[in-house]
Every structure is written in structure tokens, then in C-alpha cells.
Design a protein around this ligand. Structure first.
Ligand code: DP6
Length: 352
């Protein structure tokens, strides 16, 4: 009996305007638009193979070599079910198509970065899953349309469906039809921009993004203000900065948005503190670095954890890696580990 299969690799993305808050948790509709940079798939990505066959008896999933229960995850069931429904409607239009929508699937998914690095992200995982399903089922939907399917797996995943600079438009419709990702600029538009990843802690975060953002929506007055009066203008200014390759403006908005996101987390009740002392030290180091240079040479951003992502022009990377390697030496077993990305690919600092 025939086995049909597809393999896709999807990268991680790091937001410069943060998504934090859902107006509809089951459809994963956000309270604000967001914007991210998709990193290179060379080092921080998920590779997923999906096979289906009339012979398979159940849906099965292996994550990094360990079998997991698909049915335990509502989000997995939702994304696979949505892709199957799209395939079924194609089969209804064309009876010559093999009835793949009725076959059971086997999913095998692996991250090419150490899960222990604390950078594991649902974004690359769901983007790879949905892209592979799109290929396997030969779905006619555009990448933007498929990003809606990735979104129901994990919000930030919709942005990893594209490379380069990507906006997730929050949309207005109640069914989420217009809440999807869109590429703002290709990666090649700004090759001089690079990312450096500082692994500050490899511990699992205490409060998941999903739970944390829900408490924020319910309790933070600062969050309401952010959504209403800050993010819309910032989205516009950030898109302009990217189009003009204006690093000073890009950096300022990136740092301000990261800071406001973490301020909103602290304004949540009970408060959520994702950054630790090392993270705060990194912010001070970057501001001092910019002051010494006399121009904006680097920017930091932090997601729902203490690890830092530093964006900077290529010409700054050597200095930055040397500085962080000096301040946080790896041989003393003191984190952060420093990774240099080239461009947006992850390489050990010692190779620089
Ligand atoms: C801080 O996409 O992981 O990284 O939609 O509940 O799966 P769910 O949340 P998730 O949240 C990511 C939050 C963030 C900011 C961002 O990536 O924009």
C-alpha cells in the first residue's frame, strides 16, 4: 500500500513587536498585531516529516525521537483537523484525488537546537507541521492562508511560515479569517542585520506564555493601554524602519517594545518576572555599549524567559561577541553561553 510523505524545515522567529494577549483563546486571536524576524533555518529550526497511508491504524507523533500522545494536545488535534478539512474539500471537488484526508498520519518532528538551551519554541514546530501538511495534502491555499492554520497551533507560529520580516495582522473578524501573517520584507532586503543569542538559562520557564498572557489580559491596566495606544503606532514605525533599513529606529523600537512587554508582565497580578539579573545586566551592557560607540550599535529583546537576542549590524558582531564572552566566560560554567549568528545562523562563539 502506498505511503505518502512530505518533509519541511521551519525556523524560529523572534518578535521585535511582541504578541502578548488573546481576544479569543480557542481560535488564538491576538489583542494586538506583532512583527518578527525569522532566523535562518540552519541552526534554530524544526524539521518535520509527515507520512500518511491507508495502512496506518492511528495518528502518531514523535517529538525529538520520543513518542507523544497527539490526542492529549487540543492544539495539535485542531491544526491537523483543519488541514484535513481543507484536503477533504479538494477531494470533494476532484474524485480522482487519493482520499488522504481519511488516512491516519505519522508525524516525526525534531529540533536542530538543543532543547536544553531553553530556546525551544512552539513557533517553528507548528509552522513545520502545517507546512508539511500543506505539502502532503497538496493544498492550494497561499502561505498567508496556511498561516491561519499554524496560528491555531500556536500564535507566534503563523509568523514562522514566512522568512525575513513578518507581520501578524491581528484582524477584526470573529472567526479569525483575517488574522494571519504577511511578509513585510524578505531576509535579503537587509542582509547586514544579524542576531546574537545569549542563553542565560536553560531552565523551563515557570509561567508558560499561554497562561501568562491570559492572566495579563485579565489583570493588567498597563496592558490595556499598550494595546490601545502604543502598539498600532509602533507597528507602523517599525515597518518604516525596516523598509528604510534604519537600524537606530529599528533598535529603539525593539528595545522599547521588549521593555514594555516585560513591564506589562510585572503589572500582571500576580506578577510575572521572566527576566533575571543576568538579563537586566545584558540590557545595561547594551545601553553602555551604545553610549561608548556614540551611536545605536545594538539592540536587545527578551521573550517569555531570561535569554537575550541581540540584533546588530554585521560590523558590530565581533565586538559584541568578544564583550559578552569576556563578561560571561563559558569556561567558568557561568551562563550565558554566547552564540554568534552568521547571518541568523547559529555558530558557537569560539568559532568567530
Ligand atoms: C513572548 O505563541 O508561544 O514570544 O499562542 O499561546 O502558543 P500561544 O503563545 P506563543 O507566545 C509567544 C509570546 C512571545 C512574543 C512573540 O513571540 O510575539
Amino acid at each position: 500500500m502506498a505511503i505518502y510523505s512530505a518533509t519541511v524545515t521551519s525556523p524560529v522567529n523572534i518578535a521585535v513587536i511582541k504578541y502578548w494577549g488573546k481576544r479569543n483563546p480557542s481560535l488564538i486571536l491576538p489583542t494586538n498585531s506583532s512583527l518578527s524576524v525569522t532566523l535562518s533555518q540552519d541552526h534554530l529550526s524544526t524539521r518535520t516529516t509527515i507520512a500518511c497511508s491507508a495502512d496506518f491504524e492511528s495518528d502518531r507523533l514523535w517529538l525529538n525521537g520520543v513518542e507523544e500522545d497527539i490526542s492529549a494536545s487540543k492544539r495539535l488535534v485542531n491544526s491537523i483537523g483543519t488541514a484535513r478539512a481543507l484536503r477533504a474539500s479538494e477531494e470533494a471537488k476532484n474524485p480522482e484525488l487519493a482520499p488522504l484526508s481519511q488516512y491516519k498520519i505519522h508525524v516525526c518532528s525534531e529540533n536542530n537546537f538543543p532543547t536544553a538551551a531553553g530556546l525551544a519554541s512552539s513557533a517553528s514546530g507548528y509552522a513545520a507541521l502545517v507546512s508539511a501538511l500543506g505539502q502532503l495534502f497538496e493544498l492550494p491555499q497561499s502561505t498567508a492562508e496556511l498561516s491561519r492554520v499554524a496560528r491555531v497551533g500556536s500564535g507566534s507560529a503563523c509568523r514562522s511560515m514566512f522568512g525575513g520580516f513578518v507581520a501578524w495582522r491581528m484582524g477584526e473578524k470573529e472567526d479569525g479569517e483575517d488574522s494571519m501573517a504577511e511578509q513585510v520584507a524578505e531576509r535579503a532586503h537587509w542582509p547586514d542585520l544579524q542576531a546574537l543569542i545569549l542563553v542565560v538559562s536553560d531552565k523551563k520557564k515557570a509561567v508558560s506564555s499561554t497562561a501568562g498572557m491570559q492572566t495579563t489580559v485579565e489583570t493588567s491596566a498597563l496592558f490595556a493601554e499598550r494595546v490601545r495606544s502604543v502598539v498600532p503606532a509602533r507597528m507602523q514605525a517599525m515597518e518604516k524602519a525596516i523598509k528604510e533599513r534604519d537600524f537606530a529606529e529599528f533598535a529603539k523600537i525593539t528595545m522599547q517594545d521588549s521593555n514594555q512587554f516585560h513591564a506589562v508582565c510585572l503589572d500582571t497580578y500576580p506578577p510575572i518576572a521572566y527576566m533575571n539579573d543576568t538579563s537586566h545586566a545584558v540590557t545595561r551592557i547594551i545601553h553602555a555599549y551604545n553610549a561608548v560607540k556614540g551611536y545605536t550599535a545594538a539592540a536587545y529583546t527578551f521573550d517569555a524567559g531570561p535569554n537575550a537576542v541581540i540584533y546588530a549590524p554585521k560590523s558590530e558582531m565581533r565586538d559584541l561577541v568578544q564583550l559578552f564572552s569576556y563578561l560571561f566566560p563559558r569556561d567558568e560554567d557561568v551562563l550565558p553561553e554566547v552564540f554568534y549568528t552568521n547571518p541568523f545562523g547559529l555558530v558557537g562563539a569560539e568559532e568567530v
